[in-house]
Design a protein around this ligand. Sequence first.
Ligand SMILES: [Zn+2]
Length: 402
Amino acid sequence: MAVREQDVELIVRQILDQMGQAVPAPSVAKTSGTGIPSTAHVAMLTELGKFEIREYPMPEVGDNDILVKVEGCGVCGTDAHEFKNDPFGMIPFVPGHEGTGEIVKMGKNVKKDSAGKDLNVGDKVVTCMIFKDNPDITMFDLNKQNVGGADVYGLLPDDDIHLNGWFADYILVRGGSTIFNVSDLDLDSRILIEPCAVLIHAVERAKTTNILKFNSRVAVQGCGPTGLICIAILRTMGIENITAVDGNQQRLEFAKRLGATRTVNFMEHQGIEALTKAVEDSFDGHLADFAFQCTGNPKAHANIYKFIRNGGGLCELGFFINGGDAQINPHFDLCAKEITLVGSWVYTLRDYATTFDFLKRAKGIGLPMAELITHRYPLEQINEALKKNLEMTGLKIAMVNE
Ligand SMILES: [Zn+2]
């Protein structure tokens, strides 16, 4: 039987007590005792297209802070935009916000995560956007109220601690941050939490139309990670009639394994009429009751109205960033068909909690979610990871330590 570390400490303490020797006071911070190195490494984006691995002294862990050993972090489109163009003017900084890892040390005041779950050294965690005043606030509300924007690790300016992003081997989660204990999820699932939360939010937006039902015919346009995760969520909800639309046969095959019942390869259909007919055929002669637009292509936005029946619904979530103007005919596409349209962007903290449950359900019904992560790179090869992401030949690219 293995003796736990705490037990050993207790026994030693008792023996020393009995021997009448002075016992050293316990350290203030709780640590795993698994040897935290004296330095940490981060991938600092120092100029466009170039990360440098920098080494810094391991920071002090304050009474409200948590030191996390990074296990992995997904590469997001946002990271790729920063790598290429630095639209937020952040350089130099440490990116990576889709990260997860294990608590190795925490301040004495840290007891619970943001959902009220116990936190202990050894727990696996993720961080989330920090909405300081209202936990249900959406990014849209936040911008509208001009509260000053949400903070997120991986999009913080560099400071004297430097451990601000998940492209690192250690990160210091400071007091007041949003953190969740996700010890009951495996590493791949944890790396997928952030992108999945975007889709959980989109489906919640879709549900507000009251058009999305168990027996709905649903078209999902675009089979990148966004569309594929959308299909998986619909499947775990019990929606059975899903058509995936994309131009890449390999992605369409994967869409089937994640829950799509039929697929339409737009490369095989010339013109919008033929494409609409193919979607209609996939639903045995019916148009879609509801559609999710998951590409960042304005042409795709214009096309998708044709796939939807009169009185149907549409969730547009592909334009995470500005992809330009789309041309539709408001009379034919929206008014005459009485389409109910919702837009979706980012997520709320509540969506995060829903995402943890979704990932467990997806695993429970055998959806191959982990295969969404097609490429893994160690921290030292972060430049290659970002280049791979920009190539757009894989699905989810991830940095994985060890
Ligand atoms: Zn992201």
